[in-house]
Design a protein around this ligand. Structure first.
Ligand SMILES: Cc1cc2nc3c(=O)[nH]c(=O)nc-3n(C[C@H](O)[C@H](O)[C@H](O)COP(=O)(O)OP(=O)(O)OC[C@H]3O[C@@H](n4cnc5c(N)ncnc54)[C@H](O)[C@@H]3O)c2cc1C
Ligand SMILES: NC(=O)c1ccc[n+]([C@@H]2O[C@H](COP(=O)([O-])OP(=O)(O)OC[C@H]3O[C@@H](n4cnc5c(N)ncnc54)[C@H](O)[C@@H]3O)[C@@H](O)[C@H]2O)c1
Length: 448
């Protein structure tokens, strides 16, 4: 039986994050990974998705070419070539990460790990002992108790499918459905999004979501809220999704039905009981230091944490904190306050900090600056179809507490707001900056 200071289950962003401080401190570290090193983000998530989004962006530019006086024929997208391009871009990531881990002195073990004791892990018939064990096993799509649910595919399949379908239904109106829905719609696919709740894209500001909803409908996506999927069945060589909306039963036919109903911690196969790791239906009970409440030698980070944002930079950040807690003792805690995120529709929706609803819920005295920027010079120059912002400023302190941007390079501009929020730069100070002109950034002065 081999002994390590640290054994990490999972070689994604979170697991990689743990290796930095632990190896810098000279601890012996093993990382067990069942699939490709790098995990979801570079292999089945952010990066391959963004390659498709970039193509959708090009199609969006072409759609507006006539606004610049450019005459252009109907574009033809070679979907198979696009999927090949996506694969080519990510192809060498696992091997590069394998090199990085070797250089860092981490033993990478290929296999499916599970607990054999409070400080013991089994992998491929071997037993490893460790002073600290880190659960960084990521997330998986939530399984839905819908008759015919086995007909559904998941985002992994969309990113691998070289055949462009004619019609797709997304079950769930969250980030994955909107991002992949925009790509498909731009590629000419008939897209329907069915969301069970009254609102879409739960974590984002409701007015920003309304902007992206109308832009989505403008490009032909059908969006239905309060839609309850009752069954999915094969019908005439396709799939038929039966759902109830507005009290009426309806059906929509499609070539693919994609489960986009959220992702849950991927811990089912870990035998958490053997590790004395208490959980409620896969939700591991952790303290403020990301440490198991029942087994102080076990930490959790990344998507395997059930109640923090499922984002790749957050996974890396949490992994870093766990690494430092292992080295220094449990004294570091995550702060999720000023983490920017974006929905990579075309155009994107980006946000940081509080939504207007949350600011009001917290009883903050705020001034809310809402701008439809389509008439602004920069938006007109680029013929933007949507350009909108909402900046929320605390009146008493002039602190920016939330920023939400749709279009207008918001996925880039949002970082200036995050920087200001993190370092206490006030709204007036951010407006007082001298910006390069003409840029989208220079519009920040007029946004609040
Ligand atoms: C389609 C899609 C698009 C996304 N786009 C974005 C985006 O644009 N921006 C963003 O910030 N986030 C995005 N995300 C979310 C992001 O990918 C995740 O938050 C991030 O990858 C989580 O990292 P992690 O290390 O916690 O988990 P993962 O990267 O999933 O890593 C976990 C690893 O553990 C391994 N594993 C699991 N069980 C075991 C076991 N028993 N033994 C050994 N190994 C095991 C898995 O094989 C996996 O490699 C996207 C996700 C998806 C699905
Ligand atoms: N750009 C990004 O940063 C990015 C991109 C993709 C994924 N992600 C991460 O991946 C996670 C998972 O994404 P997701 O889109 O699957 O989840 P999500 O949590 O964003 O959305 C899931 C949606 O499905 C709905 N839903 C649940 N059950 C349903 C049902 N039976 N019928 C209809 N609707 C149902 C929910 O109400 C919710 O609105 C996200 O939490 C996100 O953090 C991030």
């Amino acid at each position: 039986m081999k002994k390590y200071d640290v054994v990490i289950l999972g070689g994604g962003n979170a697991g990689m994050g743990v290796t930095v401080a632990t190896r810098a401190a000279g601890l012996s570290v093993a990382m067990i990974e069942a699939r490709e090193l790098g995990g979801t983000c570079p292999n089945r998530g952010c990066t391959p998705k963004k390659v498709l989004v970039a193509a959708a962006h090009a199609l969006h530019e072409i759609e507006r070419a006539d606004r610049h006086g450019i005459a252009i024929g109907r574009p033809r997208l070679d979907w198979r070539a696009l999927i090949e391009r996506e694969k080519d871009i990510i192809d060498d990531i696992p091997s590069r990460l394998s090199g990085l881990m070797a250089k860092r002195g981490v033993d990478v073990i290929v296999g499916e790990a599970s607990f054999m004791g409070s400080n013991a892990i089994g992998v491929d018939g071997r037993k490893l002992e460790a002073s600290s064990i880190v659960i960084a096993t990521g997330s998986k799509p939530r399984s839905l108790p819908i008759p015919g649910a086995d007909h559904m595919t998941i985002s992994d399949d969309v990113l691998n499918d070289p055949v462009l379908p004619h019609a797709v239904v997304f079950v769930g109106g969250g980030v994955i459905a909107f991002e992949l829905g925009h790509v498909y719609a731009r590629a000419g696919v008939d897209v329907t999004i069915l969301e069970a709740l009254p609102h879409l894209l739960g974590a984002f500001d409701a007015d920003a979501v309304a902007q992206i909803r109308s832009e989505s409908e403008r490009i032909g996506i059908r969006v239905r809220t309060l839609a309850w999927v009752k069954k999915i069945e094969k019908a005439e060589g396709r799939l038929r999704v039966t759902f109830v909306a507005d009290g009426v039963e309806r059906a929509v036919d499609a070539d693919r039905v994609v489960n986009c109903a959220g992702r849950v911690a991927n811990v089912e196969g870990l035998d958490l009981g053997a590790g004395v790791v208490v959980h409620r239906e896969g939700r591991i009970e952790i303290d403020d230091h990301l440490r198991s409440r029942s087994n102080p030698d076990v930490y959790v980070c990344g998507d395997a944490v059930w109640n923090s944002p499922q984002l790749s930079p957050v996974a890396t950040y949490e992994g870093g904190i766990v690494g430092r807690n292992i080295v220094d003792g449990p004294r570091h805690r995550p702060d999720y306050g000023q983490i920017p995120s974006a929905l990579y529709t075309v155009p994107a929706l980006a946000g940081v900090g509080l939504t207007e609803a949350k600011a009001k819920e917290q009883g903050l005295g705020v001034k809310v600056h809402v701008n439809d920027m389509r008439g602004w010079l920069s938006a007109r120059t680029y013929a933007e179809t949507v350009a909108w912002s909402k900046i929320i400023v605390e009146e008493a302190t002039d602190r920016i507490v939330g920023a939400h941007i749709v279009g207008h390079a918001g996925e880039e501009l949002i970082h200036l707001f995050a920087l200001a929020m993190k370092h206490g730069i006030t709204a007036s100070q951010l407006s007082d900056m001298v910006y390069g002109f003409p840029t989208f950034s220079s519009d920040i002065r007029n946004m609040m």
